[in-house]
Design a protein around this ligand. Structure first.
Ligand SMILES: Cc1cc2nc3c(=O)[nH]c(=O)nc-3n(C[C@H](O)[C@H](O)[C@H](O)COP(=O)(O)O)c2cc1C
Length: 168
């Protein structure tokens, strides 16, 4: 079984979670982790399961404006950006996604700790778009949480690994 994990990440949290998801998958199947820019139709072609994750921005999926805000904020705070931070966002990538033909998929996000009703969650929008493109959702959308200092909360990496192991 081949699992392709596609992530968008500005500050590295979603990238880190994507790597943890790959570790969980690798206990039972083959995992390929790619940033949005690397997720070409050729890479997706042989995937039995597509896992897509992104950061929550302004209660949902990032937009070009929220991505710009994130980059500007990083510059102001002298904060490092993820290597592929300035590539295309998930929103445009999902819009152009080729039909899934009933293939299995899953969606996750990273977001601030707190009730989803207040924070929003990008994984809902990712899941909706995957379904719209003919993918079947294997599990409910999942969130992995960061603290106010924008660090992944201890234990969330392990939770991502376990979530992925259950998925495959
Ligand atoms: C412009 C911007 C808007 C954000 N909006 C929200 C939000 O509405 N809800 C939330 O829970 N987190 C929000 N966050 C926090 C991010 O979801 C969180 O830092 C996430 O882990 C970032 O992922 P990344 O490190 O992969 O870029 C926002 C962050 C940025 C930069």
């Amino acid at each position: 079984m081949r699992v392709v994990i596609v992530y968008e990440s500005l500050y590295g949290n979603t990238h880190l979670v994507a790597e943890k998801v790959a570790e969980g998958v690798n206990t039972r199947a083959e995992a390929v982790v790619v940033p949005v820019d690397g997720a070409t139709p050729e890479v997706l072609a042989g995937a039995d399961l597509l896992v897509v994750g992104g950061p929550t921005h302004l209660h949902g999926l990032s937009t070009s404006a929220s991505r710009r805000m994130a980059v500007e904020d990083a510059e102001k705070r002298d904060r490092a950006l993820d290597p592929d931070a300035e590539s295309e966002g998930l929103r445009a990538w999902l819009d152009a996604l080729e039909p899934g033909g009933g293939r299995r998929s899953a969606a996750f996000d990273t977001r601030l700790d707190g009730p989803a009703a207040f924070t929003g969650r990008a994984s809902r929008g990712i899941a909706r778009r995957l379904r719209h493109h003919g993918f079947e959702l294997a599990v409910d959308p999942e969130s992995f949480l960061v603290d106010k200092e924008n660090h992944l909360i201890p234990g969330e990496g392990d939770r991502a690994r376990e979530w992925a192991a259950r998925l495959v």
